[in-house]
Design a protein around this ligand. Structure first.
Ligand SMILES: Nc1ncnc2c1ncn2[C@@H]1O[C@H](COP(=O)(O)OP(=O)(O)O)[C@@H](O)[C@H]1O
Ligand SMILES: [Mg+2]
Length: 349
């Protein structure tokens, strides 16, 4: 097969791209800065994120992926084209793309991913289940092991699977994730303290003082925002004790949704996977004490993967080097028209 192989994990919060030879080469927010009237993009990724709040009202930040699927086709295609160009330069052959999607992605949503990647410059495309990639990212031996469970908590998408001998034996997905904590923090400060904060500040609170388990010690953070009363800038502090109930509410609900999905796993398979514990990955795994909380609520041991934000893309990198594994799962690098036919056939079943 001519052309380089490239893996893409287009998450709701960030776009990660890897190549066979270099590993992860792009890790940037999945956002585009667009001109409000014309909808023309002026920056993507880090450059777009940095613009937020620092320019006029004429520029808007758009999340290209929402809940794991493409929310704005034109921006997704142009964003992919921009990064593919950056990664591939002016190579003669088009790159072959392996792209991760969630197990609950519909045929239509897959078609949209396929069109976007192809228009962006892909040659052959291989659509794979992202949670299988996450499993490989957690455990490079996943194609040799019996039932192992991986739970990937992303920004707006949470997935799990029991993988046995390199294939998915059971899986589930909920279109929710750790981004709900950010929204809860924004809502709380506005409603209860008349303080308006932006997404960067919400993220800072989450990263620095949020814990999934109630703690005795209290930590505080000094921040800046805007008064909701007179719209003037203000400094304020926020403490871990103050935000805990809001974080707790979101996590209770998220873990309940995961639990509801996990109930569908056949009993022997679940028992086998539970014996080995859960590999926790995705950026959500970085919430302080989350593994401990999931362990308590689901009654299954949990260990956090190394560098959880990059588990899926690292797994993609491992998978694209393993032809036999791709074949075993029915994944093939094929041209757009061929995939379209396959998806049509799936639709008819
Ligand atoms: N250090 C951290 N502490 C807490 N949450 C984090 C941390 N780093 C990333 N996150 C959260 O993880 C989520 C992103 O995880 P990721 O797996 O990259 O998501 P996606 O694949 O959906 O884009 C975001 O909600 C982000 O705020
Ligand atoms: Mg992810």
């Amino acid at each position: 097969m001519r052309g380089m192989k490239i893996g893409i994990d287009f998450g709701s919060s960030s776009l990660k791209i890897c190549t066979e030879s270099k590993g992860v080469v792009v890790d940037e927010p999945s956002v585009a800065a667009v001109e409000r009237d014309s909808r023309e993009p002026i920056a993507f990724g880090n450059a777009a994120d940095e613009i937020l709040g620092r320019t006029s009202d004429d520029i808007e930040l758009v999340s290209v992926i929402q809940n794991g699927v493409i929310a704005d086709f034109s921006l997704a295609e142009r964003m992919l084209r921009y990064y593919l160009q950056r990664v591939c330069g002016n190579r003669i052959y088009k790159p072959n793309i392996i792209i991760a999607v969630s197990t609950d992605t519909t045929s239509l949503e897959k078609k949209i991913f396929l069109d976007a990647v192809t228009l962006a410059g892909a040659g052959r495309v291989c659509i794979v289940d992202g949670i299988l990639a996450s499993s490989f990212g957690c455990d490079v031996e996943a194609d040799k092991l019996g039932g192992r469970m991986t739970l990937d908590i992303g920004h707006q998408l949470t997935e799990f699977a029991v993988v046995s001998m390199g294939c998915i034996a059971a899986c589930g997905a909920v279109r929710r994730g750790s981004g709900e904590i950010d929204s809860a923090l924004v809502r709380h400060l506005k409603r209860d303290r008349d303080i308006v904060i932006g997404p960067h500040t919400a993220r800072e609170i989450k990263y620095k003082i949020t814990s999934a388990v109630k703690r005795e010690a209290e930590t505080a953070l000094m921040l800046s925002g805007k008064s909701n009363l007179d719209e003037m800038p203000i400094s304020f502090d926020v403490t871990s004790k103050e935000i805990y109930p809001f974080v707790d509410e979101q996590l209770t609900s998220l873990i309940q949704s995961i639990h509801d999905e996990m109930r569908k796993i056949p009993p022997e398979l679940l028992a086998d996977a539970a014996d080995h514990g859960i590999n926790l990955c995705g950026g959500g795994a970085l919430i302080f004490d989350l593994a401990q909380r999931i362990e308590k609520e689901l009654g299954i041991r949990c260990r956090i993967a190394e560098n959880p934000r990059l588990t899926k893309v690292n797994g993609l990198c491992a998978m694209m080097k393993n032809k036999e594994l791709l074949e075993r799962n029915g994944y093939r690098f094929i041209f757009k028209d061929e995939i379209r036919d396959r998806l049509k056939r799936v639709d008819r079943i």
